[in-house]
Design a protein around this ligand. Structure first.
Ligand SMILES: [Zn+2]
Length: 86
């Protein structure tokens, strides 16, 4: 039975490799760490990721996880509010 066990393990490893590859492909489509886009406009993106929601300013590149910035769509670096439509 030892050989069957080894074969079974090899099959499990193969299966794990397939799942990992599929997850990596899915992550590529979804963006970094499977982040979900909550709101977006021409100058900003609000995403929800493993580390919580954050807003990214496309003008200066600042990423803020400050809830006020996210709620008001504000960039503390540019000192400007974002608009959801241009
Ligand atoms: Zn900014």
């Amino acid at each position: 039975m030892k050989r069957d066990y080894a074969k079974h393990q090899a099959e499990l490893l193969e299966e794990m490799e397939r799942i990992r590859a599929a997850a990596a492909r899915a992550q590529e489509r979804q963006g970094p760490r499977g982040a979900v886009v909550l709101r977006a406009g021409p100058t900003f993106t609000v995403v929800n990721s493993e580390s919580g929601p954050s807003i990214k300013c496309h003008r200066c590149g600042l990423v803020s996880s400050n809830w006020n910035d996210i709620d008001k769509l504000y960039c503390g670096n540019c000192h400007r509010f974002h608009k959801e439509v241009s």
